[in-house]
Ligand binder design. Structure first.
Ligand code: NAD
Length: 252
């Protein structure tokens, strides 16, 4: 995927899918603006980007905070002049629990990061892309955005919302040269799924039905990064408003 001279902003760049995609986009020639709540892991990703000969900066931000979002968007534009690719990816999973035991702060945390964070990122990046006359946005949803995962209804609702935001914005911006697609991973080997597995192992919570891994394994983060690089590139020039599954058949 040819991404030379493209400027890419990636949220959740410190770990998992975000880190693998940062390395993939940079490896394909993009200059990267790495965004994460976690300074240490975000800077580590930047180090890895530079070790493979890439170029970029790290900006610490909480994606659910307006000031932080404006700051990372402004930093990207001040430093590199434009934003061609936006991988709007930072997200968190709720604690597996019966519906009635989910407390309001947990509901608010999930919605703030997974929905408001994605909304704010798009709001401020779209202004930049509209002005420059084009761009590609990839929002990370989930298979849980298509049909629910057991015992995480709020997370599922948040990912359905990401798909709604993606399609709504794609419709508005299709004639303006801005493509907006949603990526739906199934199970991916990351810190997020490690946390879930720990909850099951300790017997803290065992859902009645754990989703089947049809291929008998989780995805490697890099298997998602390949799709991110494709959607980011001009090779995906006729794709917008698409909900792209990379789930190893999980939803079959
Ligand atoms: P991860 O935990 O490995 O990485 C997520 C990154 O986001 C971390 O570096 C974390 O510090 C950062 N982050 C969390 N909250 C933030 C905030 N408020 N502001 C800025 N950064 C924040 O997780 P991952 O598995 O790579 O998940 C990435 C995305 O993929 C998420 O949106 C997740 O919901 C989605 N997803 C993951 C899976 C999976 O199986 N791992 C499946 C479907 C969807």
């Amino acid at each position: 995927m040819e991404l030379t001279n493209k400027i890419a902003v990636i949220t959740g760049a410190g770990s998992g899918i975000g880190r693998a995609s940062s390395l993939k986009l940079a490896g394909n020639g993009a200059t990267v603006v790495l965004v994460d709540f976690n300074k240490e892991t975000g800077e580590e990703t930047l180090k890895l980007v530079k070790e493979q000969g890439g170029e970029g900066i790290f900006v610490q931000a909480d994606v659910s905070k307006t000031d932080d979002v404006q700051n990372y968007v402004n930093k990207a534009v001040e430093t590199y002049g434009r934003i061609d690719i936006f991988f709007n990816n930072a997200g968190v999973i709720q604690k597996f629990a019966p519906f009635t035991s989910v407390e309001e702060p947990e509901y608010e945390r999930i919605m703030a990061i997974n929905v408001k964070g994605v909304f704010l990122g798009m709001k401020y990046v779209l202004k930049v892309m509209e002005e420059q006359g084009g761009g590609s946005i990839i929002n990370t949803a989930s298979t849980a955005g298509i049909r629910p995962e057991h015992s995480v209804a709020v997370y599922s609702a948040s990912k359905h919302a990401v798909i709604g935001l993606t399609k709504g914005a794609a419709l508005e911006y299709a004639k303006k040269g801005i493509r907006i697609n949603a990526l739906c991973p199934g199970g991916v080997e990351t810190a997020l799924t490690a946390g879930v597995a720990k909850q099951f192992e300790t017997g803290d919570y065992i859902p009645e039905e754990v989703s089947n891994m049809r291929m008998g394994r989780y995805a490697k983060p890099n298997e998602l990064a390949e799709m991110v690089a494709f959607l980011a590139s001009d090779k995906a020039s006729y794709m917008t408003g698409s909900v792209v599954l990379v789930d190893g058949g999980l939803t079959l």
